[in-house]
Ligand binder design. Structure first.
Ligand code: FES
Length: 203
């Protein structure tokens, strides 16, 4: 590329003065342009720097929260061992109430003789059976065990009847189920016969 021709420096003093002024103005404009370019470069660097700090801050916060959480392991809150199950008059003779199955894994059965509370846990491998009203039986969906309304097993691999919880009437007249008292059922015997105390007798 050919070199730019050298500017002609005037010899006339008046022209020379004007020329110098023009040169100085051009020089000032050039410096201003350079300053502006450097300024925009720094402001871009500044932005990227802030972005980097924000990312670092977010990462540190997540790490801190994880550390705090690991210092407080999850606590498993179990339902209280006793629960109120309404008034005896809320129940219909011959029916199985599933109202407390979801929260307390308990069926409350009302018979002519009274009430009993069955622990809704299959004695084979612990699945939760279903009450089939039309067939008047509890049926386990896992391997097909079947139980009569008393909880006595009669089909499938379940080795024994389902257990029962203690049930009684509280001071306020409501039924109370105490899950801390479990009547464990032995194989081959009707639960009403082997644990008659599991039945709350009412007139
Ligand atoms: S767990 Fe109920 S039949 Fe296997």
């Amino acid at each position: 590329m050919a070199a730019a021709p050298k500017p002609q420096v005037p010899t006339d003093p008046v022209e020379l003065k004007k020329w110098r002024e023009n040169e100085q103005a051009r020089e000032r404009a050039k410096r201003e342009r350079e300053k502006a370019e450097i300024g925009s470069l720094w402001s871009r660097r500044d932005f990227l720097g802030k972005l980097g700090w924000a990312g670092f801050g977010a990462f540190s916060l997540v790490a801190l929260l994880a550390a705090v959480r690991s210092a407080f392991p999850r606590v498993l809150f179990l339902p209280p061992s006793k629960f109120k199950a309404g008034y005896p008059s809320d129940y219909v003779i011959g029916e199985v109430s599933e109202k407390y199955k979801q929260d307390y894994r308990t069926w409350i059965v009302r018979t002519k003789a009274g009430f009993y509370a069955i622990f809704a846990k299959c004695t084979h491998l612990g699945c939760t059976p279903r009450w089939l009203k039309a067939e008047q039986k509890f049926k386990c969906p896992c391997h097909g065990s079947g139980y009569y309304i008393s909880g006595l097993n009669f089909e499938g691999p379940a080795p024994r009847p389902m257990d029962r919880f203690k049930i009684y009437i509280g001071d306020d007249g409501q039924l109370v189920v105490d899950k801390s008292v479990l009547y464990e059922m032995a194989p081959g015997i009707d639960p009403n016969v082997q644990h008659p105390e599991s039945i709350l007798k009412v007139a």
